[in-house]
Write a protein that binds this ligand. Structure first.
Ligand code: TRP
Ligand code: ZN
Length: 898
C-alpha cells in the first residue's frame, strides 16, 4: 500500500455472494527462493446464486503476471493490475490456467509464500493466498485442491501440502517433486505448503472408529528433542474431540510444522497446521510450565479448528468469531478437562480464573477504547486488525453462555445439529445460534445482541432481605456505563444474561435456593438466573437468615458486576464461598479496592498505608493448606498494573506502580516467615514433571520468592534466588529466579548476582532462540530505577547482535514486552517510551504491517491518561500517522486519533 489515499472501509452490510465459483484447483509450484513460478489451473463457473457479472475479477497482490489460458487456449482478455486480475468475456463454465511469479525471500510480511531459515512456508489467513496466485480469495469460495511441488532435492528434501500424499519422485537436474491431494473442499485461506530440511516425530494412532492415522510434528533437526509434548498434546486433542463432541479426524494424516518466523500463534491449514515454534518446542530445560500449558492449548485449538472452522467455515470475515470464539471455547474446555476432568472443580477453576484474567485485562480494555467492536464486527479496513480479544475471548464467552444455559448435553445437541446442517458449508454466526436454539427448543433471538453490541455490560445488584417474610430480593439492572463512542453506537437494548448466583449463610455454607413460584428448593445451591430485561427482580423464598450473595458464579457472563460489598464481606467470601472462582474474585475485589485507594493517594503524593485486616486476609490464604497451591498462587497475585491503571478515573501508571509496590513490600515484610515457609514447603525436588500439580507447587513457591525479593533487606532472597538459579533443572525455576534477581537489583541490591545470572543465561542458551527471547523479555519487563531507566537497557539491546526486528518473536520479546508489559517504565513522564514506540512502529511498518499494527495498539487508550502523558502520547501517535504506509497501521492510529 504505497498510496496515501484513505483506504476503503469494508462493510458487513455490503456482503454479496461471489459472481463465480471455483470447484477445483490444481497448483504447480517451481520453488525457487527469489522467483517461484506458480501455475494454477481452476475449474470456474458462474454462481447460480449471484447476479450476472460482466467479467471475472480475481484478487492478486505482489504477483508478476505471466500468462492466462481459457480451456487450454491462450487468453487475451486478462488484465493484471496492482490488486488483481480482470478477465473479460469469459465463458459460463470453463478451465482457467494462470501462471505468475512471486518472490518468497523478499516477502518480510510473512503473509503468502515466504522463506524462513532457508525453508519455504505459507500463511494464507486471512488474505495471503492472493499473494501466491490470482484467486477469488474469500472464504465462501470453496474448492478441492491438488498440489504439485517441485524443488531442489538437496535443499528441500521435504515437500508438504494439505491432505494426502499421492505421489513423489525424482526429476532431472537434482530436482524432485511431490503431489498432494486434499479431498475436502476448503476456502483458500486454509491452503498451505512447506518445503525444506525438516525432520518429524511420528506416531501412528487409531481413531475412535478404528482407522489408522499418521501424526507428524515437523521441525528443524536440532529441535527434534523438543517435540514430545506437542505430539502428546495432539494425541490428547484427538481423543478429547472424539469423546466430548463425537468428532473424528477425517484425514489419514495430520501434520504440525514449526517455523520461527510467524506472525501469530499457529494456523489451522487443513491437515497441515503451521505453528510458531513457541507453541511447539518444549523440554524442561527450555520451556516454562506456562509454555507447556500454552502448547497444549494451541495444539488443541488448531486441531479443533478441523471441525469448527474447516469442515464448517465462515461465509465472510465478519463471521470470524463463528470459528474463533467457538474454537477458543473448545480449547478452554479441553485444557480444563485435561487439568481436572469433568469433576475436579478446583482444577477447572484454576483454568477459568486464568482465562477470565486475560478477558478482563485485555478484552475489557479493548472494549473501552477506539477499537471497540462487536463480536461480529460491522466494518473493517484491514481484517488482520480484527483477530482480536473481542472476536476470540469475548466470542468464547458468548459460546460458553449457551453451555451455561443448556448444560453440557444441551450444548452438545446444538453442536450435533450444527454439523448435521452445515458440514461442508460457509456459514454465519446466526446459523450457529439457530442450531443451538432449534436443538434446545429455545428462542435465541435476543441473544443476537451479544454479537452486535460492543462494550462491556455492567450489571448492578441491589439486595433486600425481609426477615418476616423470609424473602430475599435480588434486583439486577443492566447498562453500559460510559462506553467508548465506538461501542455506544452499537448499543440497542438489554442483553440476555445468564447470571449464576448462590446465597451464603452465616456459617459460610450455601443456603438452599427456591425462587418465588417454585414448590421446592433446587438440588443445586447455584442458580442461573435468566436476566433479560433492563431491570429485573428475582425473589428467593424460605430464606431463613439474611444471606451474603455470591454473584456471577464462575463468571457466567462477560460483564462487570457492581455491588457494594464491605471489606468484611469480601474477606468472608474469600474464606468461605463454595464457588472457587468467586472465592478468588473476592480476594481480587479486596485487593483492587485497596490498590486503587492507594494509587489515588500516591497520585497526590499523600503517604501510603495498608490496614492490618487486609494483610490478615492475605495471610489466611497463604497459610491455608486446604487450598490447592495453584489456587493460592492465583489468589495471592495482585491485579496487574495495566488493569489497575484502567480502573482509575485518569490512568496514572506511576501512581499505580507506587501503590502496588507498596503493597508488595508490605506483604513481603509483614509475612516474611510465612513466605519463607511456603518457599521451602513447595519445592519440587527430583526430576521435573509437567503435571498441573507440580506446576502449582512451583508457581506458589516462585510467587513466594518474588515476594521475598521485595524485602527491605533482600540479602536472604538474593541468596535463595541465586541458589535456585544455579540448581534449577527446569526453565520455570530458572527464569523466575533470574527475574527475582533483576528486580531485587533494581530496588535494593544484589546487582552483581543479577548480572552474573543474566550472563550465564545468555551463554547457556545461546543456541535456543525461544530462550533468548525470554532473555530479552526479562530485561524489557524488569523494574527500573531513577539511575537506570529500562528504556536505556532496551535501546542498548536493540543493537545486540542477537536482536532482529524481522523476526516477530524477537521483536515481541524486546519491544512489545517493554511497550505493553512494563507500564511504569514505558509511560515515563519524559515521553521517552512513546518516542521509542513511534520509531519502532514506523520501522516495523515497512517490514511487517501485521506486527506493526499490533504494536501500534499499545497507545490506543491514550485519552484516558493523565494530561502530561496524554499530550505526549498524542504527539507520538501523530508522528506515526504521518509516516506509516500500511492500511494495517493506519487503521489503528487513525481510529485512535479520531
Ligand atoms: N486462525 C488462526 C488461529 O486462530 C490465527 C491466524 C489468523 C493467524 N491469521 C493469522 C496465524 C496469520 C498466523 C498468521 O488459530
Ligand atoms: Zn483459531
Amino acid at each position: 500500500m504505497a498510496d496515501t489515499a484513505t483506504p476503503p472501509v469494508i462493510r458487513r452490510a455490503d456482503y454479496a455472494p461471489p459472481a463465480f465459483l471455483i470447484d477445483t484447483v490444481a497448483l504447480e509450484f517451481d520453488l525457487i527462493p527469489d522467483r517461484t513460478v506458480v501455475r494454477n489451473t481452476m475449474r470456474v463457473r458462474r454462481n447460480p446464486q449471484a447476479s450476472r457479472a460482466a467479467r471475472l475479477e480475481l484478487m492478486g497482490e505482489q504477483l508478476e503476471f505471466v500468462s492466462a489460458a481459457v480451456d487450454g487456449q491462450p487468453f487475451a482478455g486478462a488484465h493484471a493490475h496492482e490488486h488483481g486480475l480482470l478477465l473479460d468475456n469469459v465463458p459460463d463454465d470453463f478451465e482457467l490456467t494462470l501462471t505468475s511469479i512471486c518472490d518468497p525471500v523478499a516477502n518480510t510480511t510473512l503473509s503468502g509464500l515466504y522463506v524462513s531459515g532457508g525453508n519455504f512456508f505459507t500463511q494464507c489467513e486471512a488474505e495471503g493466498f492472493r499473494r501466491i496466485t490470482y484467486f477469488l480469495d474469500r472464504p465462501d469460495v470453496m474448492a478441492t485442491y491438488t498440489v504439485t511441488l517441485r524443488a531442489s532435492k538437496a535443499d528441500y528434501p521435504v515437500l508438504l501440502s494439505n491432505g494426502n500424499l499421492l505421489e513423489e519422485g525424482d526429476l532431472p537436474d537434482g530436482r524432485h517433486f511431490a503431489r498432494w491431494e486434499d479431498p475436502f473442499r476448503k476456502p483458500s485461506y486454509l491452503f498451505a505448503l512447506v518445503a525444506g530440511k525438516l525432520v518429524a516425530l511420528e506416531e501412528r494412532v487409531k481413531s475412535g472408529s478404528g482407522k489408522d492415522k499418521l501424526l507428524q510434528v515437523w521441525v528443524e533437526p536440532h529441535d527434534l528433542d523438543k517435540t514430545r509434548h506437542a505430539m502428546d498434546s495432539l494425541i490428547h486433542s484427538i481423543r478429547w474431540d472424539e469423546e466430548r463432541f463425537g468428532l473424528e479426524l477425517d484425514l489419514d494424516r495430520f501434520m504440525i510444522v514449526a517455523v520461527s518466523d510467524f506472525n501469530m500463534g499457529a494456523m489451522e491449514n487443513k491437515g497441515l497446521n503451521i505453528f510458531n515454534t513457541k507453541y511447539v518446542l518444549a523440554n524442561p530445560e527450555t520451556a516454562t510450565d506456562t509454555d507447556f500449558a500454552n502448547i497444549e492449548a494451541v495444539v488443541g485449538h488448531e486441531y479443533f479448528h478441523n471441525w469448527t472452522g474447516n469442515r464448517v467455515t465462515c461465509r465472510d470475515w465478519f463471521q470470524l468469531s463463528l470459528k474463533e470464539g467457538l474454537t477458543v471455547f473448545r480449547d478452554q474446555e479441553f485444557s480444563a478437562d485435561m487439568a481436572g476432568g469433568a469433576s475436579d472443580e478446583a482444577a477447572r477453576a484454576t483454568k477459568r480464573i486464568e482465562d477470565v484474567r486475560v478477558l478482563r485485562q485485555m478484552q475489557f480494555a479493548e472494549d473501552a477504547g477506539p477499537m471497540a467492536h462487536p463480536v461480529r464486527p460491522e466494518s473493517y479496513v484491514e481484517i488482520n486488525n480484527f483477530y482480536t480479544m473481542t472476536v476470540y475471548e469475548k466470542g468464547s464467552e458468548v459460546v460458553r453462555m449457551y453451555q451455561t444455559l443448556f448444560g453440557r448435553d444441551g450444548f452438545r445437541k446444538g453442536m450435533d445439529l450444527y454439523f448435521k446442517r452445515h458440514d461442508g458449508q460457509a456459514v454465519t454466526c446466526d446459523d450457529f445460534r439457530h442450531a443451538l436454539a432449534d436443538a434446545n427448543g429455545r428462542d435465541l433471538a435476543q441473544f443476537e445482541r451479544w454479537y452486535s453490541q460492543a462494550g462491556t455490560p455492567r450489571v448492578s445488584v441491589r439486595t433486600q432481605y425481609d426477615a418476616a417474610q423470609q424473602q430475599y430480593n435480588v434486583t439486577l439492572t443492566q447498562g453500559y456505563g460510559e462506553a467508548a463512542p465506538a461501542a455506544r453506537e452499537t448499543q440497542k437494548g438489554p442483553l440476555p444474561i445468564p447470571f449464576a448466583i448462590g446465597l451464603i449463610g452465616k456459617d459460610g455454607a450455601d443456603l438452599p435456593l427456591q425462587l418465588q413460584g417454585e414448590t421446592a428448593a433446587s438440588a443445586s445451591t447455584t442458580r442461573v438466573l435468566e436476566f433479560t430485561q433492563a431491570e429485573q427482580t428475582f425473589t428467593f423464598v424460605n430464606v431463613a437468615q439474611e444471606p451474603l450473595p455470591s454473584l456471577l458464579r464462575n463468571f457466567s457472563a462477560p460483564v462487570i458486576v457492581e455491588y457494594d460489598y464491605s471489606e468484611e464481606e469480601l474477606a468472608f467470601l474469600l474464606a468461605h464461598d463454595s464457588d472457587p472462582f468467586n472465592r478468588w474474585e473476592a480476594g481480587q475485589r479486596l485487593a483492587t479496592r485497596e490498590l486503587l485507594t492507594l494509587a489515588a493517594r500516591a497520585a497526590t503524593g499523600a503517604p501510603l498505608q495498608l490496614d492490618d485486616s487486609v494483610v490478615a486476609a492475605f495471610a489466611r490464604v497463604l497459610t491455608d493448606e486446604s487450598l490447592s497451591p495453584s489456587f493460592r498462587e492465583l489468589a495471592l497475585m495482585l491485579p496487574s498494573e495495566a488493569y489497575l491503571a484502567e480502573q482509575m478515573p485518569e490512568s496514572n501508571p506511576a501512581a499505580v506502580h507506587a501503590a502496588r509496590q507498596f503493597v508488595r513490600k508490605r506483604l513481603a515484610n509483614a509475612l516474611k516467615g510465612d513466605w519463607l515457609k511456603v518457599y521451602e514447603q513447595h519445592r519440587t525436588p527430583g526430576e521435573y514433571e509437567a503435571t498441573p500439580e507440580a506446576a502449582g507447587h512451583r508457581a506458589l513457591k516462585n510467587l513466594a520468592l518474588t515476594y521475598l525479593a521485595e524485602l527491605d533487606d533482600p540479602a536472604e532472597a538474593v541468596r535463595l534466588a541465586s541458589a535456585q538459579y544455579d540448581a534449577a533443572n527446569n526453565m520455570t525455576d530458572r527464569s523466575v529466579a533470574l527475574a527475582a534477581l533483576l528486580n531485587a537489583a533494581a530496588a535494593n541490591g544484589g546487582s552483581a548476582e543479577a548480572q552474573k545470572a543474566l550472563d550465564d543465561f545468555y551463554q547457556r542458551f545461546e543456541k535456543e532462540p525461544l530462550v533468548i527471547d525470554k532473555w530479552f523479555a526479562l530485561q524489557a519487563t524488569q523494574r527500573g530505577s531513577a539511575q537506570r531507566p529500562v528504556i536505556d537497557v532496551v535501546r542498548k539491546l536493540m543493537s545486540h547482535p542477537a536482536f532482529n526486528l524481522k523476526n516477530p518473536n524477537r521483536a515481541r520479546s524486546l519491544i512489545f514486552s517493554f511497550c505493553a508489559a512494563n507500564p511504569a517504565q514505558f509511560h515515563a513522564e519524559d515521553g521517552s517510551g512513546y518516542a521509542f514506540w513511534a520509531d519502532q512502529v514506523i520501522a516495523l511498518d515497512a517490514i511487517n504491517p501485521q506486527v506493526a499494527a499490533r504494536l501500534a495498539r499499545s497507545l490506543e487508550l491514550w485519552r484516558r491518561f493523565t494530561p502530561t502523558l496524554r499530550d505526549s502520547m498524542r504527539a507520538a501517535l501523530e508522528k506515526v500517522a504521518s509516516q506509516v504506509k500500511s492500511r494495517d497501521v493506519r487503521e489503528i492510529v487513525e481510529k485512535a486519533l479520531a
